[in-house]
Design a binder for this molecule. Sequence first.
Ligand SMILES: C[S@@+](CC[C@H](N)C(=O)[O-])C[C@H]1O[C@@H](n2cnc3c(N)ncnc32)[C@H](O)[C@@H]1O
Length: 237
Amino acid sequence: MTVDLSGFHAVKHALRFRPDLVASVTVTSFAAAAALCDELAPDVREALLARAVEGPVDHPTGVSAVALRPAVDRGVLLSRSAPLLLLDHPRHPGNAGAAVRVAAAVGASGVAVLGDLDPWHPAVLRGSAGLHFALPVLSCGLDEVVGTVVALDASGDPWNGLPDDAVLAVGSERAGLSASVRARADGVVALPMRPGVSSLNLATAASAALYAWRLGVSPPAGSAAGRGGTGHGPPPG
Ligand SMILES: C[S@@+](CC[C@H](N)C(=O)[O-])C[C@H]1O[C@@H](n2cnc3c(N)ncnc32)[C@H](O)[C@@H]1O
């Protein structure tokens, strides 16, 4: 099965992480594409131009590609050494794409999606800037998810770190966490917000929690959450 990648950044990321899957690249002009590579990503210049043919491209950067979808690695649902992000029935492809992007950036082990939204829908791919090729991105059922589940909710307990092998669950835009994810969760935690703010966007909440893990952010000393914390993020470097 193939997917269409629109724009230089999506093509660049696919070439960086899975050049073997990028079947063809279309550019409006070889010279303009080469100049973009020189300016923004010299590391993919050779791979991009080697696959390029000139033709019409419906993107302002003048670059698009067709890539094969990677084989689904469902092993990430069973065990992992970095958190798995679990999106609980997301509705908006752009939010799911933004969540994939931050999960890739932070070094999460993958992104799993509950519900009807196809995580490989073109609009989700646009939102991730092609970073679907950097980590496993898949649909799953809740019963397939093994391990400690830490769920995010604005009314949860104080942040207490995230174990490296945890599943971080984030609720949907309007409904928040589903009853089944809430029941499955080993803990429900909140990211502190200023009074008056009711919630963060789901990708923003995922980003804050994953970066807290990545940076090894601990609960404030002396806070209830600071006693007996669990996760410490990855080793430095
Ligand atoms: C837009 S919010 C959902 C708002 C929804 N109306 C509700 O009642 O939960 C989307 C998801 O982001 C996460 N989230 C947003 N703000 C959060 C916060 N301050 N602390 C923890 N999680 C948060 C939660 O997982 C939430 O389900």
